[in-house]
Design a protein around this ligand. Structure first.
Ligand code: FEO
Length: 167
């Protein structure tokens, strides 16, 4: 089944958005490394790798569907974060933006009766729930004691020791 042109264009744009997300999280990892927050650097670098995996899933799917892959230009991320809370806030905002795009793709795949694409996107719909939760819960913890950076230092130490985030 050939993919509708609008859907194909948007799926290629989503491929680009996933690559951009990897770029954004590598930029965040650099920021955290520069301010010696090794735990947050580890988390965001790990997340960059996840984003590359999201891109790979879309890339492989386009090939599987015999559709044209378009590797569009990747924008440089805006890296003017004032502090760690600012950076994690930007991560959450970005994930909300990605969720909106995934939901639009999902809605349009249903409207165009592209059932294979609809089913493929289930994974991404669920993944976005996890991604928003990850950064929202981190932000909640970081904002818990507003006037004390000690909480952020504690979280950084915990992240550094967390086996889930493997180099
Ligand atoms: Fe691939 Fe964080 O969305």
């Amino acid at each position: 089944m050939k993919m509708d042109n609008t859907l194909l264009e948007d799926l290629n744009a989503q491929l680009n958005r996933e690559f951009y997300a990897a770029y954004l999280y590598f930029a965040m990892a650099t920021y955290f490394a520069e301010i010696n927050m090794e735990g947050f650097a580890k988390l965001t670098k790990n997340h960059a790798k996840e984003e590359l995996n999201h891109a790979r899933k879309i890339y492989d799917y386009l090939i599987l569907r015999d559709e044209k892959v378009q590797l569009l230009r990747i924008e440089a991320p805006d890296t003017n974060w004032n502090n760690p809370i600012d950076a994690i806030n930007a991560a959450l905002d970005h994930e909300k933006f990605v969720t909106e795009n995934i939901h639009r793709l999902y809605k349009n795949s249903k409207e165009k009766n592209d059932y294979p694409l609809e089913v493929f996107l289930h994974w991404f719909v669920n993944e976005q729930v996890e991604e928003e939760h990850l950064f929202q819960s981190m932000l909640d913890k970081m904002s818990y004691i507003k006037d004390c950076t000690c909480e952020i230092v504690n979280i950084d130490r915990e992240l550094k020791a967390d086996k889930e985030y493997i180099e």
